[in-house]
Write a protein that binds this ligand. Structure first.
Ligand code: TYM
Length: 324
């Protein structure tokens, strides 16, 4: 039997190249070797969303991105979290074995408290428990994620171990799988690329929009004038060249260090390389966007298949916990 992969992403809208390089690349790569399940975690999104008016549209946009980059519903299960309500039951049950102190020390919880002080809801504290429920409901072993999710994964492992030692060994300990770009910085060159921070480059941008976005990026802060020598090793644009222009990185680094190339030229080159790399994805996306019924069917079928597995696990959990 193939080992199982699970991962999820919040439907915050169109996916950016941070999601792509940090996680989605691996979602696609793992499809042939593993039994893959990918979930649009709408319930997790509610921990930060106060206005849910865009939620359904965001879900569709995300599926379009996922299918366009190569997720194949013939190979992987793609579904929306709330369509498999068993996860909420398991979340409640796992909540009973998770010490509050474990949750309060999670760094992402502390960050969220700072980011949304007016909305520190109970769901934020339980966020990693719901993630654990996502994973163990499918007895997943391999979890492709970006580096920012590692604290959550660590907690998922602890909760899994605690469940297994209290009620019997039924869950494998999930393991994170990182890409070679586990943390993509945003256009500010400092913080993680994210929609919330407004420093992202969406996969689905047009060529022109991509150039415009990339041109706003901050580069080597020590290079103030065109003729100053640059420091590619501290420049986020150079890092991105590493993925999008792998054969030119040595040349770009040399020309940057000797000030033969300016930051504007370097960004222009990056934007062009991004546009070339994403062209086939963008074309597939545009074609898929004309098929809303197909997108809806993919999610309905995914939820149906996921639910078969979910029901079985939940029954086993309830038996182990003495509830039935
Ligand atoms: P989310 O929606 O924030 O991000 C989706 C995936 O993209 C990765 N990612 C990045 N990787 C590198 N650089 C970046 N700048 C960057 N931004 C995002 C994330 O690490 C993630 O893999 N809590 C999760 C969703 C989730 C989940 C799960 C994941 C819910 N249940 C179970 C794995 C297993 C999240 O909010 O991802």
């Amino acid at each position: 039997m193939k080992r199982r992969v699970f991962s999820g992403a919040r439907p915050t809208g169109r996916q950016h190249i941070g999601n792509y390089l940090g996680a989605i690349q691996n979602y696609v790569a793992l499809q042939d070797e593993y039994d893959c399940i990918y979930c649009i975690v709408d319930i997790h999104a509610l921990t930060s969303l106060e206005d849910t008016g865009e939620l359904q549209r965001n879900i569709r946009e995300m599926v379009l991105d996922w299918l366009a980059v190569g997720l194949d519903p013939g190979k992987s299960i793609l579904f929306v979290q709330s369509q498999v309500p068993e996860v909420m039951e398991l979340y409640t049950l796992l909540g009973m074995i998770t010490p509050l102190s474990w949750l309060l020390r999670v760094p992402t919880f502390k960050e969220k408290v700072k980011l949304q002080p007016h909305n520190v809801n109970y769901g934020l504290v339980g966020y990693p428990v719901l993630m654990t429920a996502d994973i163990v409901l499918y007895k997943a072993e391999v979890i492709p994620v970006g580096e920012d999710q590692l604290p959550h994964l660590e907690l998922a492992r602890e909760i899994t171990r605690r469940f297994n030692s209290s009620f019997g060994d039924i869950f494998p300990e999930p393991e994170a799988k990182l890409t070679s770009f586990p943390l993509v910085l945003g256009l500010d060159g400092k913080s993680k690329m994210s929609k919330q921070a407004g420093n992202d480059i969406e996969i689905a941008l047009s060529d022109k929009e991509t150039v415009k976005r990339v041109m706003t990026a901050l580069t080597d802060p020590a290079r103030r004038y065109r003729n100053d020598p640059g420091h590619p090793d501290i420049c986020n644009i150079y890092r991105l060249h590493g993925y999008f222009s792998p054969r030119q990185t040595d040349d770009i680094a040399a020309r940057c260090r000797s000030a033969k190339i300016g930051c504007v030229d370097c960004k222009q080159l990056l934007a062009e390389a991004i546009n070339i790399a994403l062209k086939p994805i963008r074309e597939r996306r545009a074609a898929l966007a004309t098929e809303p019924q197909y997108i809806a069917d993919v999610l309905t079928d995914g939820a149906r298949r996921a639910r078969v597995i979910a029901r079985k696990t939940l029954k086993e959990v309830k038996q182990k916990m003495g509830l039935i």
